[in-house]
Design a binder for this molecule. Structure first.
Ligand code: FE2
Length: 285
């Protein structure tokens, strides 16, 4: 086994999104434009309603998948497929925007903590203009595996003999939320063909001697495993892996295609009200 080390450490950048929601962004910043197959990682975390009340009113997406994981708080999702979904603490949502979706994500609280992640996962060229899809997973649908100072919530992939509910066949994505008590180590086999990263959102951790401070993303180098160790106050991080698509990426905001022409088409379609080509919600990856 070759343990992966930290290839790059990306501190989160505060970015204003939606109607003025402050998020901590790592993937999708000038320092890390994308991390094939991942296009963006936003961590939202605030107990100040001014940071999140404006929410994310109607906006479009085309060409990829959004995965939202709520840690605290309550968002209401509504989309052009006719889905209406409650995102509550511990739950997750997988939305394949593909040919086009317009949706909103609005806070259903006026105070308290709002915390979670949104990850954008790219789609291969052959999938970008297919029908959109939507799946929602309640907190209970996400397996929790605990033992030895370790607590894992399994969103995607396999761990401890269980399988996470989110399936992304094009990238074979794995997505774990890992909590470790002070000084505890966490070892995991990783697909050697996969891009992998860890993002620390509580406490601190280290990988092969490199410290990972809170709100930083560690891009992991080559290897078939990873070993993380919690710092003195314990830690909580997400560990995500997926196979790269190795296709050209042309992005303009919420549209991610393979060519400039396709992006121009997406912008025209949006301006002319043709972005949403299918209102059907297809529940498959
Ligand atoms: Fe969105």
């Amino acid at each position: 086994m070759t343990a992966r080390s930290v290839q790059r450490l990306i501190p989160a950048l505060a970015v204003s999104e939606g109607a003025g929601v402050t998020v901590h962004r790592t993937i999708g910043t000038p320092a890390l434009k994308n991390l094939d197959p991942f296009l963006m990682l936003d961590h939202f975390s605030s107990d100040d309603p001014n940071d999140y009340l404006a929410g994310f009113p109607d906006h479009p997406h085309r060409g990829f998948v959004t995965v939202t994981y709520m840690l605290d708080g309550h968002l209401l999702h509504q989309d052009s497929m006719g889905n209406r979904g409650d995102l509550r603490a511990g739950g997750a949502q997988w939305m394949k925007a593909a040919s086009g979706v317009i949706h909103s994500e609005m806070p259903q609280q006026s105070n308290g903590l709002m915390r979670g992640f949104q990850l954008w996962v790219n789609l291969p060229a052959a999938e970008k203009m297919r029908e959109p899809g939507y799946q929602e997973f309640s907190p209970e649908a996400i397996p929790e595996i605990a033992g030895n100072g370790t607590q894992v919530r399994l969103l995607a992939g396999e761990y401890g003999g269980q399988t996470g509910p989110i399936a992304d066949p094009h990238t074979r994505a794995q997505y774990l939320d890992v909590r470790l008590a002070a000084g505890i180590g966490f070892n995991r086999a990783l697909d050697p063909a996969a891009t992998a990263f860890a993002y620390v959102f509580e406490g601190s951790a280290s990988v092969a001697g490199t410290a990972l401070p809170r709100h930083s993303l560690a891009v992991l180098g080559e290897g078939d495993s990873v070993a993380l160790t919690a710092g003195g106050e314990g830690t909580r991080f997400i560990l995500v892996a997926g196979r790269p698509l190795n296709e050209p990426i042309v992005q303009y905001g919420p549209f991610v295609m393979n060519t400039r022409q396709e992006i121009e088409q997406a912008m025209r379609d949006y301006q002319e009200g043709r972005l949403v080509q299918s209102k059907a919600s297809v529940v498959r990856a």
